[in-house]
Ligand binder design. Structure first.
Ligand code: HEM
Length: 543
């Protein structure tokens, strides 16, 4: 993306995953792409996703999307996290860390994937899991198989393909979890209908939530409750959505829903339990496929950078002095350095590399470009990161520009002048971008803020998040606009909890210090087999 940016700037055409598309990567360009739902709709590339989650209208149709966001937001807002998520989250992570300690070392990618899947399943989805250990292990395995279906050829009828196995796993999961899910959904829907009949009580609940500092006046809910609430077509405060939700369920095109929706209509739901289950799977996909990478890279950075580890330890000691063993949402939220480490992890190693939209009409965008109706657009987190004005070297002070004009070699001089001058590079022209590139040091030709393979200490600098002047301005690690990640707070909470616990319990050493150059990145980061051994040396951090 850095090379593309140098060559073409923040707007160009290319092919990705078999689609011809426009790539956009500047603050001005992404504004309409992410923010204007009348011009761009959410688009899912490939067919495997919609084979697993057949109805994605709640992501595309603005009225349904608003209900979905509002309801899911109630399960993922800070109030809901404090009330329902933090205690089980800690329990699940401590269980994994106990196993890490007992083993003394882990293959980090696998260990992070296992922890993040358990968090998604046991803490976030709200789908009732069987209590017995063996049954849970089977459920975990089936979910993994279902998730693996996302990446592969879209040939569901062909035995041996990942999607074939995924759909079978999904059906088996419905068999295993369906009856209990059915019971809980009906019970929750019944309760909500009662609340509907008694609005004063639910208003009091919402007010209580706001007073409790949830940061939102929406009453915190558990996830399954929120999914059911999103499916109530007549719910008091979602009446604007009621007219579109029910017909959508009846006509979602996969043939699964219409009659079953009518069956659930006894409790007034516009979704079938299969659809509710599919949405729960959507939460697992959204959370597991991202958090496991965040866990992995945050721990790699902490293991590789003693300076970062030292500051994390300092902050944890201080927190222990102030709050003892408490790692509640509020306490974890009051650790600026830890927060900066997590943001920097997502900036340097974005787990979501961007997102797709489809233009609903011809749209004129910044730079005099027009995106024709029907085109696919990809906003690239990497491109935005590469060209972030807060991160680029500031070198083109007036003297530097004059120096540059006199000929080759001037670039190196310009860097020196830059330090004194502090001007912004002229990135609007290809010549300006190339001049910028010539001044960069290092064997990769990358700017320091991206060069994690050769200059990790310069690339990974959490401190940049701690001051307004140095804070990145084009950070889209969690997307933006109307589809801004709903799980942003929970992702932060998970990673903060994991890192805080690890730093309190272990010193860390990577077996292969060159790990970062042994990771490939498709579909997500995959370390070369055996290269990601992490040794955990137990110790108790004293306040
Ligand atoms: C490191 C962790 C995470 C990262 C980097 C991340 C990133 C993102 C990004 C970039 C988007 C926008 C996609 C687009 O614009 O096309 C998104 C959307 C979303 N994320 Fe996350 N995510 C993370 C964790 C989570 C978690 C833990 C959950 C749920 C518990 C979650 C739920 C969602 C949902 C539901 C959406 C869709 C929002 C909408 O369309 O309105 N994410 N996420």
């Amino acid at each position: 993306m850095w090379k593309n940016w140098l060559e073409y700037g923040p707007f160009f055409r290319t092919h990705l995953l078999g689609y011809p598309l426009y790539v956009v990567g500047s603050a001005g360009l992404i504004k309409p792409v992410l923010g204007d739902d009348s011009a761009f709709e959410f688009f899912v590339p490939g067919k495997t996703f919609t084979m697993l989650i057949s109805d994605i209208r709640h992501m595309q149709v603005p009225e349904q999307h608003a209900v979905f966001r509002r309801r899911l937001g109630q399960a993922l807002n800070p109030g809901a996290l404090s009330r329902h998520v933090m205690a089980p989250l800690r329990a699940v992570l401590e269980r994994h860390l106990d196993a890490w300690e007992a083993a003394g070392r882990v293959q980090l990618a696998e260990a992070c994937a296992a922890a993040s899947l358990d968090v998604a399943l046991e803490v976030l989805t709200g789908v009732p899991l069987p209590p017995a250990h063996e049954a849970r292990a089977e459920v975990r395995k089936l979910f993994r198989t279902a998730l693996a279906g996302l990446y592969g050829v879209p040939l569901p009828w062909l035995p041996g393909t990942a999607i074939h196995s995924a759909l079978r796993a999904q059906a088996r999961l419905m068999q295993l979890l369906g009856p209990e899910l059915d019971r809980e959904v009906a019970e929750l829907a019944g309760k909500m209908m009662e609340a509907e009949a008694n609005p004063a009580a639910s208003a009091a609940d919402a007010a209580g939530a706001a007073a409790g500092g949830s940061g939102s006046n929406e009453a915190p809910m558990r996830m399954l409750e929120a999914q059911v609430a999103a499916a109530l077509p007549f719910h008091r405060s979602s009446s604007s959505a009621s007219s579109s939700a029910a017909p959508a369920a009846a006509a979602n095109g996969n043939g699964k829903s219409a009659t079953a929706a009518a069956a659930t209509a006894g409790v007034g739901l516009s979704l079938t339990k299969e659809q509710i289950f599919e949405r729960a799977l959507g939460v697992v996909i959204a959370s597991d496929d991202t958090s496991k990478h965040l866990f992995f890279f945050a721990l790699v950075a902490a293991a590789m950078l003693p300076g970062v580890r030292g500051k994390l330890e300092q902050e944890q000691k201080e927190a222990m002095r102030k709050h003892g063993d408490d790692l509640s949402y509020a306490v974890l939220n009051d650790m600026p350095y830890l927060d900066a480490v997590i943001k920097e992890t997502i900036r340097v190693f974005p787990t979501a590399v961007g997102g797709f939209r489809r233009a609903l009409k011809d749209v004129a965008v910044e730079g005099g470009h027009v995106i024709p109706a029907g085109s696919i657009v990809f906003y690239s987190t990497h491109l935005l990161n590469a060209s972030d004005p807060a991160l680029l070297p500031r070198f083109l002070a007036p003297e530097a520009r004059r120096q540059q004009a006199v000929g080759p070699g001037a670039g190196a001089h310009a860097t020196t002048t830059a330090a004194a001058g502090g001007g912004q590079p002229d990135t609007g022209s290809k010549a300006g971008r190339k001049a910028l590139a010539r001044t960069l040091e290092g064997p990769t030709g990358l700017p320091a803020h991206l060069d994690y393979e050769c200059r990790l200490e310069e690339a990974f600098r959490p401190e940049r998040w701690l001051s307004d002047e140095t804070r990145p301005r084009q950070f889209t690690g969690f997307g933006g606009g109307s589809h801004l990640c709903l799980g942003m707070h929970v992702a932060h909470a998970e990673a903060r909890m994991l890192l805080a616990l690890v730093v309190r319990r272990f010193d860390l050493r990577l077996e292969d210090p060159q790990l970062l150059s042994r990771v490939t990145y498709f579909p997500g980061p995959v370390p070369r087999k055996g290269a990601d051994g992490l040794v955990l040396m137990p110790r108790r951090l004293e306040p």
